[in-house]
Write a protein that binds this ligand. Structure first.
Ligand SMILES: CC(C)(COP(=O)(O)OP(=O)(O)OC[C@H]1O[C@@H](n2cnc3c(N)ncnc32)[C@H](O)[C@@H]1OP(=O)(O)O)[C@@H](O)C(=O)NCCC(=O)NCCS
Length: 201
C-alpha cells in the first residue's frame, strides 16, 4: 500500500473518510473534486479533478454519497488502485468478504458470513448481521440494521435508523427511508417508508 490516498469528493462524507484513512495509516491524504471553487476539505488540500485519479501515484477512494455517481467514477479507475477502509472501532468478523472501494465507518458491526460488495458505504454504527449480502455501491446508512441473511441489491440505500428483518431481500436501486422497518421482500425499485415499510412512489 502506498500510504498516499486521494479521496474523490470534497464533502462532509469525504472528510469522515479522510479521518478513517488517517487511522488506517495513510499519511499523505488529498482530495479531488470537480468543483474548482473548493480548495480544502477537513484540513486536506484539493489537488485536482476526479478524472486525474488514474494518473496520481496514490490509492483512491470515492467519497460521494450518490450511488450512481460513485459507481461511474469508481468504474473509471483500475481496481488495483482502489482502497478499502475500515475504521478501527468497527467490528468485522474474520470471514467477512469486503469489496474494493468500500468504507466501513466507526462503530459498524459486520457479522460472520456477510459479504459486502464493491464501492459500498457501511456508515456509522450500522450493523450487518450474519450471512447478509450487500450489493455493489449500496449504502447502509447511519445506525441502520440488517438482521441475519438479508440481501440488499446493488446501489440500494438503506436510510438512517432503518431496520430490515431477517431473511428479507431488497432489489437493486431501492431507497428505504430513514426509520423504516422492512418486513417483506421488496422486488420493485422505488422509495419505501414507514413501519412496516410501504411504497411511497
Ligand atoms: C424517504 C426519503 C428518500 C423521501 O425523500 P423525498 O422523496 O424528498 O420525500 P418528501 O420529503 O417529499 O416526503 C414525501 C412524503 O413522505 C413522507 N416521508 C418522507 N420520508 C419519510 C420517512 N423516512 N418515513 C416516513 N415518512 C416519510 C413525508 O412526510 C411526506 O409525506 P406527505 O406527502 O404526507 O407530506 C427521505 O425522506 C429519507 O428518509 N431519506 C433518507 C435520509 C437518510 O437516511 N440519510 C442518511 C445519511 S447517512
Amino acid at each position: 500500500m502506498s500510504k498516499k490516498l486521494v479521496i474523490i469528493g470534497a464533502s462532509g462524507h469525504g472528510k469522515v473518510i479522510a479521518d478513517i484513512a488517517k487511522k488506517n495509516g495513510y499519511y499523505d491524504i488529498a482530495f479531488l473534486d470537480d468543483n474548482e471553487n473548493i480548495h480544502e476539505c477537513g484540513g486536506y488540500p484539493v489537488v485536482g479533478r476526479s478524472q486525474e485519479a488514474e494518473d496520481i501515484n496514490a490509492d483512491v477512494i470515492v467519497g460521494i454519497g450518490n450511488a450512481s455517481i460513485r459507481k461511474k467514477i469508481q468504474q473509471s479507475i483500475p481496481a488495483r488502485k482502489m482502497a478499502t477502509l475500515i475504521h478501527p472501532s468497527a467490528v468485522v468478523a474474520e470471514d467477512v468478504i469486503i469489496g474494493v472501494g468500500t468504507v466501513i465507518m466507526a462503530g459498524a458491526v459486520i457479522n460472520s458470513g456477510a459479504r459486502i460488495g464493491t464501492g459500498c458505504i457501511i456508515n456509522t454504527c450500522a450493523s450487518v448481521d450474519h450471512d447478509c449480502n450487500v450489493g455493489d455501491y449500496a449504502h447502509i446508512a447511519v445506525g441502520s440494521h440488517l438482521c441475519g441473511t438479508v440481501s440488499v441489491g446493488d446501489e440500494t440505500w438503506i436510510g438512517a435508523g432503518a431496520t430490515v428483518s431477517n431473511n428479507i431481500s431488497i432489489c437493486s436501486e431501492g431507497m428505504i427511508g430513514a426509520g423504516a422497518v422492512v418486513t417483506k421482500d421488496i422486488i420493485e425499485k422505488g422509495t419505501y417508508v414507514g413501519v412496516p415499510a410501504k411504497r411511497l412512489r
